[in-house]
Design a protein around this ligand. Structure first.
Ligand code: S3P
Length: 184
C-alpha cells in the first residue's frame, strides 16, 4: 500500500476508486468498525433529486451530473465521524480532488482495482451505470483516472482482498496508533 504522511488521526474517511472497487461495500463495514456514520454520495444525490443517476445522465447529461456531484460532496465533507463513498468519477473534478486532499481531518482512500475486476464485479449493472455502459470509452476513462485516484492519501490494491481484509488494511493505515485494536 502507498500511504502519504498524515500527522493527526482523520475524522472522516472518503473512499474513491473505479466502479466495482468496493466503495459501497467497504464503507458501511468501516463505519461500523469506527462507530461512524456512512453516506454514499450517489444515494444522497438520488434521494435529493428524486430520480436515479442514470436518469440524471439521460435527462441532463454528464456535465450536469458532475456539477451536482461536486456540490453534494462539498456539502457532505463538512461532517465529522463520517465514512463517505464517492461515485467513481467524482475525482475527475479538480476542485473536488483539491478539496478532498486538503480538507483538515479528511483521509482520501483509493481502492485500486484492475479494469478486469471492474468488468467482472459490475457485469449486468450497465443500466444503472451509464459510464460502464459507454464501453467504447471505458478503458480510456480508466487509464485517465488512475493517476488521479493515486493522488489519494492511501492507495490500496483490493482485487485480491476479501472485504474484511481490506477494512483491516485501511484501518491499520489510517489509524496506525490503534493497530492493536484491529489486528489482521
Ligand atoms: C460513475 C460511477 C458511479 C456513479 C455514476 C458515474 C463514474 O458510481 O457515480 O454512474 O463516473 O465512474 P460507482 O463508482 O459507485 O459505480
Amino acid at each position: 500500500m502507498q500511504a502519504s504522511t498524515q500527522t493527526a488521526a482523520p475524522s472522516r474517511l472518503v473512499l474513491t476508486g473505479f466502479m466495482g472497487s468496493g466503495k459501497s461495500t467497504l464503507g458501511p463495514l468501516l463505519a461500523a468498525r469506527l462507530g461512524w456514520k456512512f453516506l454514499d454520495v450517489d444515494e444522497v444525490i438520488e434521494a435529493e433529486a428524486g430520480v436515479t443517476i442514470a436518469e440524471i445522465f439521460a435527462r441532463d447529461g454528464e456535465p450536469a451530473f458532475r456539477r451536482i456531484e461536486r456540490e453534494t460532496i462539498a456539502r457532505l465533507i463538512a461532517t465529522d465521524a463520517l465514512v463517505l463513498a464517492l461515485g467513481g468519477g467524482a475525482i475527475e473534478s479538480e476542485a473536488t480532488r483539491t478539496l478532498l486532499l486538503t480538507a483538515p481531518g479528511t483521509l482520501l482512500v483509493h481502492l485500486e482495482v484492475t479494469l478486469e475486476t471492474t468488468l467482472r464485479r459490475c457485469r449486468g449493472t450497465e443500466q444503472t451505470r451509464p459510464i460502464l455502459a459507454d464501453r467504447a470509452n471505458l478503458e480510456a476513462r480508466y487509464l485517465r483516472r488512475l493517476p488521479l485516484y493515486r493522488e489519494a492519501h492511501l492507495s490500496l490494491p483490493v482485487d485480491a482482498l476479501l472485504p474484511e481484509q481490506a477494512v483491516s488494511e485501511i484501518l491499520r493505515a489510517a489509524f496506525p496508533a490503534c493497530a492493536k485494536l484491529h489486528p489482521k
